[in-house]
Design a protein around this ligand. Structure first.
Ligand code: C2E
Ligand code: MG
Ligand code: MG
Length: 667
C-alpha cells in the first residue's frame, strides 16, 4: 500500500471511529431516557395507586371504628336529641365507609387484598343487621336492652370487621412497599445500563483519541524523518548533517579534540547512471551508504548531501592519524567490487578532508574546504584522498569561474574544432585529420580539453556541444573534399555520454546528410572505457553506427582496460596506438617490440592503425621501419584551425619532414 493510500485508510478508520462513538452516545441517551421514563412512570404509579389504596384502607378503618364508637355512645345517652345527632353521625360514617370501599375496589388490587375486602364484606353483612337491631331498640327507648345487645352481639361482629380491616391496612402497606422496592430496583437497573453504555462510549472515545494521538505523532515523526533524512539511503541529509557537525564542534571545543570532515564523491558515477540506468545508480548509492555506515564508529556521522556526494564526520580524536586511517578504510571499502542487478561493478571515490580547528572553526567552512580538497583529489587522478590546504581556495574560485564561463560559452558558440593531420607514410599524402575540441575563451584565449572537458561531461552539456561540432567537422571535411581532397578522412572523438545517447545514430546521419560528406570519410573515436560497462550493448550500438557507412576507431589503445578479447568481439575498423608506447620507442627495444606486435596483431585482425604522439624524427624513423603506415603527432603537425590546415593540404609532407629539424614541428 502506498503512503498516500495508508494515510487515507487511516483517515477513514478514524472517521468511522468517531461516527460509531457518536451513534453510541445517541443510542445510550435514547435508551437511558426511555428507561428513565418507564421507571419514573412506575414510581409515580406506585406513589399514586398505593398511597390512595393506603388512604382508602385507612379511612375504612377509621369510619368503621367511628361507627362502632357512635353506636356504643348512643346506648349510654338518655337525651333523644343527642342520640339522634349521634345516629346521624353513625349513618354518615357508614356512607363514608361504603364510598371508600367502592373507591378501593376500583383500584388495581392484589389477590390477597381482594380476598380481605371480600372477607370484610361478608363480616360487615353479618354485623349490619345486629347494629340495625340496636338502633331499633334505641328508637323504642329500650336502652338497657340495646346496651346489652351492643356488648354481646353488635360489637363483637364489628370487632371482627375491624380486625379484617386492620389486616387490609397492613396488606396495602406491604404491597406499597414491595411495589416501590421493585420500581426502585428497575430504576437502579436502568441506571446501570446507562452507566455501562456511557462507559462503552467513553472507552470508544478514549480509543479513538489514542489512535488519533498515535497517528498524529507518527505522521509528525515521518515528516521530521523526511525533512532530515535522505529518502534513498535513510542517511541524514544536509540539514541534519550541519546540525550534527555543529554539535561535534561544540564537543570538540570543550574537550579540545579534533574533528575530521570527509567529503566523499564517487568517481565516474555519472557514467554508471548514463550507461546502466538510474535504478542501478541508486543501488550503487545505497550500497556505498551501507558500506560507509559500517566502516565508521556509531557516534561518527555519515550523511548524504545529494547525488553521489557523502560526508563523514570523525569525532573525538586527539591526532590526525585516526582520521587518515578512517579515510584509507573508506577508500578501501568503496573500492571493493559491487554486484548490482547480477552485474559486477568496480567503484572508487575521491575524498577531501578538512580538520577542525586546523583548517577552520566554522561548520560551513569545514564542509566547503573538504569539498575543495575533494576536487583536488579528483583532478589528481581519482581514487585517492587529499587534505585541505589554504592555497586550494584560489583554485576553487577559479574552477567556479570556469563553470560559470562554460555555461555561457555554449550559447556564444565559443567551442571550435582544431584539426591535427594524420599522415600516410606510404603515399606521402594526408590520410585524414583528427578533430579536437578547443574553447575560444574571451579572456583566457584558446583552452585545451584538459581544462574543461571534464566539466562539460559532468554537466551533460557535451552531448549538445558535441552534436554541433560534429556538424562543423562534417561540413569542413565536405569543403575540403570539394576543394579536391576527396580521399581525406575526419576523425571525431566521442565521450561515454555521447556514445550512449539515444539520439547519436540520428545525429550522425543528419550531420552526414546536411554536409553531403560521404559516410566512409567520417570516423568516430571511442576509448575502451566506454565499452566496459556493457559489451553487448556496445557491440549493438557500434553496428548501428557502422550501418550508416562510417568507421569506428578505438582511441588510446593500450592505456585503458585493454583486452584482446574486446578486439575480437567489437566490430572495430581502426586501432590508435597511444603515444605512451611511442614516447621511448627509438631508444627502448622493449617498446619497439611491443608496437611491432600490436602492428602485427592489427594486420592479422584486418584492423587499420594510427600511431599517435610522434614528436621527433627518431620516433618517426623507427615507426617507419616497423611498417607503420598512418602517423599523427606534433612532429607531423599540431592541431590547428581549419583555415591553417587548408593551406597545408597540398604540401609535400615527406619532403617538408625531411627538411625539418629532428624535434617537434613548427606548424
Ligand atoms: P585524444 O583523442 O587521444 O587526442 C590526442 C591528444 O594528444 C590531443 O590532445 C592532441 O593535441 C594530443 N597530441 C597530439 N599529438 C601529440 C604529440 O605528439 N605529443 C603530445 N604530448 N600530445 C599530442 P587534446 O587536444 O588536448 O585532447 C585531449 C583529449 O580530449 C583527446 O585525446 C580526446 O580524448 C579528448 N577530446 C578532444 N576533443 C574532443 C571532442 O571533441 N569530444 C570529446 N568527447 N573528446 C575530445
Ligand atoms: Mg582521439
Ligand atoms: Mg588518443
Amino acid at each position: 500500500m502506498t503512503r498516500h493510500a495508508r494515510v487515507t485508510a487511516w483517515k477513514l478508520a478514524l472517521l468511522a471511529g468517531f461516527a460509531v462513538q457518536l451513534l453510541l452516545i445517541v443510542f445510550v441517551t435514547a435508551i437511558g431516557l426511555q428507561q428513565l421514563e418507564i421507571t419514573t412512570g412506575k414510581l409515580n404509579q406506585v406513589v399514586d395507586v398505593h398511597m390512595r389504596k393506603q388512604a382508602l384502607a385507612r379511612s375504612m378503618v377509621i369510619d368503621a371504628r367511628e361507627r362502632t364508637m357512635r353506636l356504643l355512645m348512643m346506648t349510654q345517652l338518655d337525651d333523644p336529641f343527642e342520640r339522634d345527632a349521634l345516629l346521624m353521625e353513625f349513618h354518615k360514617h357508614g356512607g363514608a365507609f361504603v364510598a371508600a370501599r367502592q373507591a378501593l375496589l376500583a383500584l388495581p388490587l392484589t389477590e390477597r387484598e381482594r380476598r380481605l375486602i371480600a372477607q370484610q364484606g361478608e363480616l360487615t353483612r353479618q354485623a349490619v343487621p345486629l347494629q340495625n337491631e340496636v338502633v331499633e331498640l334505641l328508637s323504642a327507648d329500650r336502652t338497657q336492652e340495646a346496651a346489652e345487645r351492643v356488648m354481646q352481639a353488635a360489637n363483637p361482629a364489628q370487632n371482627r370487621v375491624l380486625e379484617t380491616l386492620a389486616r387490609l391496612d397492613a396488606e396495602t402497606q406491604r404491597t406499597a412497599l414491595a411495589a416501590s422496592r421493585q420500581a426502585r430496583a428497575e430504576q437502579a437497573a436502568a441506571r446501570r445500563w446507562i452507566f455501562a453504555l456511557a462507559g462503552a462510549a467513553l472507552l470508544v472515545g478514549v480509543i479513538v483519541a489514542a489512535i488519533v494521538l498515535y497517528f498524529s505523532a507518527r505522521i509528525s515523526r515521518e515528516r521530521e524523518q523526511l525533512a532530515t533524512h535522505d529518502t534513498l539511503t535513510g542517511l541524514p541529509n544536509r540539514m541534519l548533517f550541519m546540525d550534527r557537525l555543529e554539535q561535534s564542534l561544540i564537543r570538540a571545543q570543550r574537550h579540545e579534540t579534533l574533528v575530521g570532515v570527509m567529503f566523499i564523491d564517487l568517481d565516474r558515477f555519472k557514467r554508471v547512471n548514463d550507461t546502466l540506468g538510474h535504478a542501478t545508480g541508486d543501488l550503487l548509492i545505497c550500497e556505498v551508504a551501507r558500506r560507509l555506515r559500517q566502516t565508521v564508529r556509531a557516534d561518527d556521522v555519515v550523511a548524504r548531501l545529494g547525488g553521489d556526494e557523502f560526508v563523514v564526520v570523525i569525532n573525538d580524536v586527539a591526532v590526525l592519524t585516526p582520521i587518515l586511517q578512517v579515510v584509507e578504510k573508506v577508500l578501501a571499502v568503496v573500492n571493493e567490487p559491487y554486484t548490482l542487478d547480477g552485474r559486477e561493478l568496480i567503484g572508487s571515490c575521491s575524498i577531501g578532508v578538512s580538520v577542525y580547528p586546523v583548517d577552520a572553526t566554522e561548520s560551513a567552512d569545514l564542509l566547503k574546504f573538504a569539498d575543495t580538497a575533494m576536487y583536488h583529489a579528483k583532478n589528481s587522478g581519482r581514487n585517492r584522498f587529499q587534505l585541505y590546504d589554504a592555497t586550494m581556495n584560489a583554485m576553487a574560485e577559479e574552477r567556479l569561474q570556469l563553470e560559470t564561463d562554460l555555461h555561457y560559452a555554449k550559447a556564444r558558440g565559443e567551442f571550435v574544432f582544431h584539426y591535427q593531420p594524420q599522415l600516410n607514410l606510404e603515399t606521402g599524402r594526408l590520410h585524414g585529420v583528427e578533430a579536437l575540441i578547443r574553447w575560444q575563451h574571451p579572456e583566457k584565449g584558446l583552452l585545451s580539453p584538459a581544462a574543461f572537458l571534464g566539466l562539460l561531461e559532468e554537466s551533460g552539456d557535451i552531448v549538445e556541444v558535441g552534436a554541433r561540432l560534429l556538424h562543423d567537422a562534417c561540413r569542413q571535411a565536405a569543403q575540403w573534399h570539394a576543394a579536391g581532397h576527396a580521399d581525406l578522412c575526419v576523425a571525431v572523438n566521442l565521450s561515454a555520454v555521447e556514445f550512449w545517447h539515444d539520439a547519436l545514430p540520428d545525429r550522425v546521419r543528419e550531420a552526414l546528410a546536411l554536409s553531403g560528406l560521404p559516410p566512409h570519410a567520417l570516423q568516430l573515436e571511442l576509448t575502451e572505457g566506454i565499452f566496459m560497462q556493457d559489451i553487448d550493448a556496445a557491440v549493438a550500438r557500434i553496428l548501428a553506427l557502422k550501418a550508416l557507412g562510417i568507421s569506428i576507431a578505438v582511441d588510446d589503445f593500450g592505456t585503458g582496460y585493454s583486452s584482446l578479447a574486446h578486439l575480437k568481439r567489437l566490430p572495430l575498423d581502426v586501432l590508435k596506438i597511444d603515444r605512451y608506447f611511442v614516447k621511448d620507442i627509438h631508444e627502448s627495444p622493449f617498446d619497439e617490440a611491443l608496437v611491432s606486435s600490436i602492428l602485427a596483431l592489427c594486420r592479422g585482425l584486418d584492423l587499420g592503425t594510427v600511431t599517435e604522439g610522434i614528436e621527433n624524427r627518431a620516433q618517426l624513423d623507427t615507426l617507419r621501419q616497423l611498417g607503420c603506415q598512418i602517423v599523427q603527432g606534433y612532429f607531423i603537425g599540431r592541431p590547428m584551425a581549419a583555415a591553417a590546415l587548408t593551406g597545408l593540404l597540398d604540401r609535400d609532407w615527406l619532403a617538408s619532414l625531411e627538411a625539418r629539424p629532428g624535434q617537434m614541428s613548427i606548424a
